[in-house]
Design a protein around this ligand. Structure first.
Ligand SMILES: *Cc1c(COP(=O)(O)O)cnc(C)c1O
Length: 371
């Protein structure tokens, strides 16, 4: 018998969330609704490439970073567009891009140099990225027209296929004024340049106005986290958008006992039982990807009852308060996050991080089962 910890991936939830996003976009659009790149970097936000490809079969395109993951999508039968969000890294990658028909981001002059020096077997579709204030990837506004002109020249040579424009928002989840300023910067720097536009992550996609406001041009949004049923916003739950959790991390109780009043549970003795307290030990720890810094009080569901984590998370185990679940015994089902348990965003809040990090961090040793 394997250890009783499991990540269940619900590909129907992925498909449902994609549909929710598509319907919102269709409702908010002033003209044609934007197309959707389903972002599935980092192994589909921890859900697995195969599950993501299956769940997002109705997406207009897939977006990721890793060339191997992109090739895997092709091997799994995905024939639609694939956008590489960091583009390519060295000249040899160009052959992979044209062989597997992968679209690229072009975010720096070195990538243009490589394209100008390289030979490709088929034109590569590209988005030239503008830095509108995120200061991560992209050309500065003052450099953009030149970079774009170089891309168009490569297009005329048959090295590039279509050429579009993109940027990325820094605070679409918490500051609309910053996002509007970035959008203004984008519009000013790309004015008069033809091609498709791609600007919105999940937060901007779910905020009416940003996806609809971009334009006359063909538009692509790039939602990630919301498609997995987690929220990009600190103050709005995924549920409030009718998004469903696609990953459920579950385990079982492997021991229960009563901790006498005043005795402590786990390493560092950071939690002491205020009264004789029934505690359950769960077969999930930080080596499974459950965050070690989850504090006492972090929500967890045992046998369908919501209770709390107590004490420090160990490598392979964690402890839960069973006072409210008197009937739970060894073998009782535990949901750490997902369907039938707390949301991954609630757990993230209790440990000072975001749902993204928890989803991506589920360890390879945790068996995954696809629904
Ligand atoms: C990760 C990423 C996205 C998706 O972000 P979410 O917040 O998960 O929606 C979109 N665009 C780029 C460039 C990204 O790196």
């Amino acid at each position: 018998m394997p250890r009783p910890v499991l990540a269940t991936i619900d590909t129907n939830a992925l498909a449902h969330n994609l549909q929710v996003v598509a319907q919102r976009l269709a409702r908010d659009a002033t003209g044609a609704a934007p197309s959707i790149w389903a972002v599935m970097k980092s192994h589909g936000y921890g859900h697995g490439i195969a599950a993501a490809v299956r769940g997002f079969s109705q997406a207009d395109g897939l977006a990721m970073l890793d060339l191997d993951e992109a090739v895997r999508c092709r091997e799994l039968g995905w024939t639609g567009p694939i956008l590489l969000l960091e583009g390519f890294f060295e000249p040899a990658d160009l052959d992979v891009l044209s062989r597997y028909c992968l679209s690229t981001t072009i975010h720096c002059a070195e990538q243009l140099d490589m394209l100008e020096a390289g030979l490709v077997r088929a034109p590569i579709d590209a988005f030239v990225k503008l830095n509108t204030g995120m200061h991560r990837l992209g050309f500065q506004p003052g450099e953009y027209a030149d970079a774009y002109a170089r891309a168009r020249a490569l297009q005329a040579l048959g090295v590039l296929g279509s050429v579009g424009k993109m940027t990325h928002f820094a605070r679409a989840d918490d500051d609309a004024a910053v996002t509007r300023a970035q959008l203004d910067c984008f519009r000013a720097a790309t004015r008069g340049l033809p091609g498709a536009v791609s600007v919105c992550n999940s937060a901007a996609t779910l905020t009416p106005g940003f996806a609809a406001g971009a334009a006359d041009a063909e538009q692509w949004v790039r939602p990630g986290i919301c498609l997995y049923g987690a929220s990009p916003f600190a103050d709005q739950s995924a549920e409030s958008f009718d998004l469903r959790p696609a990953m459920t991390l579950s385990a079982r109780l492997i021991s229960t006992h009563v901790v006498p009043a005043g005795e402590a549970v786990g390493y560092g003795q950071v939690f002491r039982a205020p009264h004789p307290m029934r505690v359950g030990i769960v077969a999930c720890g930080y080596a499974d990807g459950y965050p070690r810094h989850a504090a006492t009080g972090t929500p967890v569901t045992v046998a369908g009852v919501r209770t709390r984590l107590v004490g420090r998370v160990s490598m392979d185990m964690l402890a839960v308060d069973l006072d409210s679940v008197p009937a739970a015994s060894v073998g009782a089902p535990v949901v750490l996050w997902g369907q039938g348990g707390p949301s991954v965003d609630e757990v993230a809040l209790s440990c000072g991080t975001i749902g993204y990090e928890l989803l991506c961090a589920v360890a390879p040793r945790v068996p995954r089962r696809e629904l």
